[in-house]
Design a protein around this ligand. Structure first.
Ligand SMILES: [Zn+2]
Length: 230
């Protein structure tokens, strides 16, 4: 199968493949969606019984510009808050040139690469990638998050990668929130209960010790709404 061969070439042999993508919706992208973004939502503030966080390394492609890097960091900030010290994303920038040795090391250590590609990239031209904003390819403990940059349009990149990081943490597609299979502005703003429940299940974490966003007006016993780093 051509797709499988492609990924095998991309990731090296021995990977069992799971490819997931968030698809383009027919909804227009709107740059104004971010105006009230996550600040319109608050997160729960549960006590954590976690001791030492399990670290998940993310290596961010230098091809992302400063604004895009801030968006990625904003998504990571929300995940780290929601994960409440059970699991923690640790972020580094990839060097300009990545040697095969370094790729092998990242793979061996369970790291993830967040790569900026465009729709000419093979990942964007096959299978789910054909209509995707981003694609996560994993062998369950390491892999790639491909951001198909020319398809993002006015959507906040933070929401797109926040969805993909849900896949990195083992969540699948469900519902109409963050982990909906088709991008939607409302669902992409923050990490909702359903997304967190899938992650808790995949990571074997106690859901009641984790955090998630709750729409305004509902009791959440939360900290003040998080603010963007922008
Ligand atoms: Zn997805």
């Amino acid at each position: 199968m051509r797709f499988a061969r492609l990924i095998a070439v991309l990731l090296g042999s021995g990977f069992t493949l799971l490819a997931v993508a968030i698809l383009l919706s027919c909804m227009p992208a709107s740059a104004s969606e971010r105006d009230d973004g996550p600040s319109a939502y608050g997160y729960t503030d549960h006590d954590s019984r976690a001791t030492t966080p399990r670290i998940l390394d993310l290596y961010v492609d230098r091809a992302f510009d400063d604004h895009e890097r801030q968006e990625i960091l904003f998504a990571i900030k929300q995940w780290n808050y929601a994960l409440n010290d059970f699991v923690r994303f640790r972020t580094s920038l990839l060097p300009d040139t990545v040697s095969p040795t370094m790729l092998a090391q990242i793979k061996r250590q369970g790291g993830w690469i967040v790569a900026r590609v465009d729709s000419r990239h093979p990942i964007a031209q096959e299978g789910e990638g054909l209509h995707a904003l981003a694609v996560t390819v994993s062998n369950s403990h390491s892999g790639y998050v491909y951001v198909i940059s020319d398809r993002i349009g006015g959507r906040p990149l933070s929401g797109v990668v926040m969805h993909e990081f849900g896949h990195v943490l083992g969540a699948g597609h469900d519902g109409s929130g963050l982990m909906a299979p088709v991008w939607n502005a409302a669902g992409s703003r923050c990490i909702d209960h359903d997304a967190m429940a899938m992650v808790a299940n995949a990571q074997h974490l106690p859901l009641s010790d984790l955090n998630w966003c709750v729409p305004p007006g509902q009791d959440r016993r939360s900290r003040p709404p998080m603010t963007s780093q922008r």
